[in-house]
Design a protein around this ligand. Structure first.
Ligand code: HEC
Length: 222
C-alpha cells in the first residue's frame, strides 16, 4: 500500500470513530427531572426498589467493593456503651461518636482471623504487638500511637471500627480492603493485644504467675 493510501485508510478509520462517539453522545436518554410519558406518574426518575443498597452514600461510597456491588453489610453494632464508661477522657476522634461494643461473639476463630488480618493490614505500621513501631513507621512514616496507652485502652470497640473504616489523621481508611466483619475481628484482636500487655493481676492463673519473671520492677515479687 502506498503511503498516501495508508494515510487515507487511517483517516477513514478515525472518521468512523468520530461517528461512533457522536452516536454515544446522541443516544436517547432522559436528563434529570425530565418528564416521561412512559410511566404513570409522568416522571422519568424512578424510585429505587425497596431494600436497594445505596452505593454513593455511607461507608461503601467510592470504594471498589461498593462500586462492584459486592458490599458486605456491616453487622448491627453491639450493645451501646455509656458515653464515657470509665469517666476518663475520650479518644480524640471519639468525641461525639456513639460508643458500641463489638457485636460479634468472641471466639477463638474470630481472634485468629483478626490476628491474620491485623498482621497483614495494621502491623506494618502499628507493629506486631501494637507498640506503633512497625517497619513502615521505622522507615519514616509518621509514627502511630501505641495501643497500650490509657486513652486507647479506654476507647470503645466502635472507635477502633471507625478508625479502620474512615481513617484517622494521616492514617488512611481501610473500608475498601477490609470487610465489616473482618474489621470487628481486628478490633477483637487489638483488645487481646492490649490485654496481653496489661492483664490485671487477679485474672492471672497460678501457672501464669509462676511464669512471670522476678524483676526489680515488681519488687522481687511475682
Ligand atoms: C501506613 C501506616 C498505617 C497502617 C497500615 C495503619 N495505621 Fe493506624 N495509624 C497510623 C498513624 C500514622 C496513626 C496516627 C494518625 C494521626 O494521629 O494523625 C494511626 C492511628 C491509629 C489509631 C489511633 C486512633 C486514635 O484515637 O488515636 C488506631 C486505633 C489505628 N490507627 C488502628 C489501625 C488499624 C486497626 C489498622 C489496620 C486495619 C491500621 N491502623 C493501619 C498509621 C497506620
Amino acid at each position: 500500500m502506498s503511503p498516501r493510501l495508508a494515510l487515507l485508510a487511517v483517516l477513514l478509520a478515525l472518521a468512523g470513530c468520530e461517528q461512533a462517539m457522536h452516536d454515544m453522545y446522541g443516544q436517547p436518554k432522559y436528563k434529570p427531572l425530565q418528564p416521561s410519558p412512559l410511566f404513570a406518574d409522568g416522571n422519568s426518575a424512578r424510585t429505587p426498589p425497596p431494600g436497594s443498597v445505596p452505593m454513593a452514600q455511607g461507608e461503601a461510597a467510592d470504594t471498589a467493593s461498593g462500586r462492584h456491588g459486592q458490599m458486605t453489610l456491616p453487622p448491627a453494632p453491639g450493645p451501646a456503651l455509656p458515653p464515657d464508661a470509665q469517666g476518663r477522657s475520650l479518644a480524640r476522634g471519639e468525641v461525639g461518636e456513639r460508643r458500641y461494643a463489638n457485636p460479634l461473639p468472641l471466639t477463638a476463630s474470630l481472634l485468629q482471623r483478626g490476628r491474620e488480618r491485623y498482621d497483614i493490614y495494621c502491623a506494618p505500621c502499628h507493629g506486631l504487638a501494637g507498640n506503633g513501631d512497625g517497619m513502615i513507621a521505622r522507615r519514616g512514616f509518621p509514627a502511630p500511637p501505641s495501643y497500650h496507652t490509657d486513652r486507647l485502652r479506654n476507647a470503645s470497640d466502635s472507635h477502633f471500627y471507625q478508625v479502620i473504616s474512615n481513617g484517622y489523621g494521616v492514617m488512611y481508611p481501610y473500608a475498601d480492603r477490609i470487610a465489616p466483619p473482618d474489621r470487628w475481628a481486628i478490633v477483637a484482636y487489638i483488645r487481646a493485644l492490649q490485654l496481653s500487655q496489661h492483664a490485671p493481676r487477679d485474672r492471672l492463673t497460678p501457672q501464669d504467675l509462676a511464669r512471670l519473671p522476678v524483676t526489680p520492677d515488681n519488687g522481687g515479687r511475682r
